[in-house]
Write a protein that binds this ligand. Structure first.
Ligand code: SF4
Length: 333
């Protein structure tokens, strides 16, 4: 999977490094002082990840936890995300990482104790609020979790801090490590789903829809809290029929009434990512509908179109068995 593995000198003897290297015996191993002396220094095209992907193992410095933008996550609660990795093994055509970083190479940060200490500091600043910490803003939370072994570190933190909530957001079916962990009331495994056609044509390299529904069913049966994101919705003529089929398949596979929350959101880009995605996927149907640039500098469908799509999908989801009060719209006022 990785042609080269770059390791920061200070991590040479880190036990996790040894275990990661044991899984990639054919990769070239190189040492360096700091990952960002190399990573992102020279622009590497996003699509180079198809043929040449490198891995960096590093300690995250600087900001370890960031406040999420307004309208992110369950309403009325405070949302942060923590930074434990950069980039992803999948290739979703709308992915904002393609215009965000200079390189698609994956970075795994290993200083989880420091990240957890920073979360504790943030938590102490908001003693009377529900504070969410989201993993996976710059990566997929579970896709490599069997390699990173990091879930255990965060599990301990959330067990000791029941007022904090953790969201692990994924498009993977990799629940190997999750299955080994005791379900916690404040930890949510959240799965992003799209209709079958979008999963195949747009969410490249992600597991098939059926496998994802099976993974959700397993995690739910084991007692883990579940969240589901239907985000990003990409408009096409058949969009409502396709989502209806998706909701139906989901309701046959899992207990929708027991899902903690659902989010619905339409595709959106920063102007820079919009340009990059158009350059990378010039023939994609993803750009067929009208996009406008809003005053908040977001490129997305016009407001009336978003409201129409989201209200129809919300009705359809509720008819399929989701509880209305558990459905929220992501990044909408
Ligand atoms: S799974 Fe998420 S992070 Fe990975 S390519 Fe898709 S959108 Fe990007």
């Amino acid at each position: 999977m990785f042609e080269n593995i770059f390791i920061e000198n200070s991590l040479k003897d880190h036990p996790r490094v040894e275990s990661i290297l044991s899984r990639f015996k054919n990769s070239n191993v190189k040492y360096l002082e700091q990952y960002d002396n190399v990573w992102g220094r020279v622009k590497k095209p996003y699509l180079a990840k198809r043929t040449n992907l490198n891995l960096f193992l590093a300690n995250k410095k600087g900001q370890l936890v960031k406040e999420a933008p307004n309208a992110y996550g369950v309403k009325g609660e405070r949302h942060f995300y923590f930074i434990h990795a950069f980039n992803c093994i999948y290739e979703c055509k709308y992915c904002y990482l393609q215009g965000y970083f200079n390189s698609p190479d994956v970075v795994l940060f290993l200083n989880h104790d420091e990240i957890a200490a920073e979360m504790k500091r943030v938590l102490n600043q908001h003693p009377d609020e529900t504070v969410w910490f989201h993993a996976g803003e710059f990566s997929d939370s579970l896709a490599l979790s069997h390699i990173t072994g990091e879930l255990e570190a965060y599990w301990n933190f959330f067990k000791q801090n029941p007022k904090a909530k953790l969201e692990l957001r994924t498009k993977s079916v990799n629940i190997k490590r999750l299955e080994k962990l005791e379900p916690l009331e404040n930890v949510y495994a959240s799965f992003s789903l799209s209709p079958e056609s979008a999963t195949k044509q747009i969410d490249l390299k992600t597991p098939p829809l059926k496998a994802r529904i099976n993974a959700i069913a397993k995690a739910q049966a084991q007692g883990h809290k579940i969240g589901i994101h239907f985000d990003p919705v990409i408009y096409k003529d058949e969009v409502f029929e396709e989502y209806e089929e998706l909701f139906m398949a989901l309701s046959e596979g899992i207990d929708l009434g027991a899902v903690s929350y659902f989010s619905l959101g339409v595709v959106r880009f920063t102007p820079q990512v919009f340009n990059e995605a158009k350059k990378n996927y010039p023939d994609s149907d993803m750009f067929a509908a009208q996009f406008v640039r809003s005053s908040e500098d977001i490129v997305r469908y016009p407001r009336s179109m978003r409201a129409w799509i989201l209200s129809k999908l919300k009705d359809s989801l509720i008819k399929s068995g989701a509880k209305e009060q558990r459905v929220y719209l992501c990044m909408e006022d």
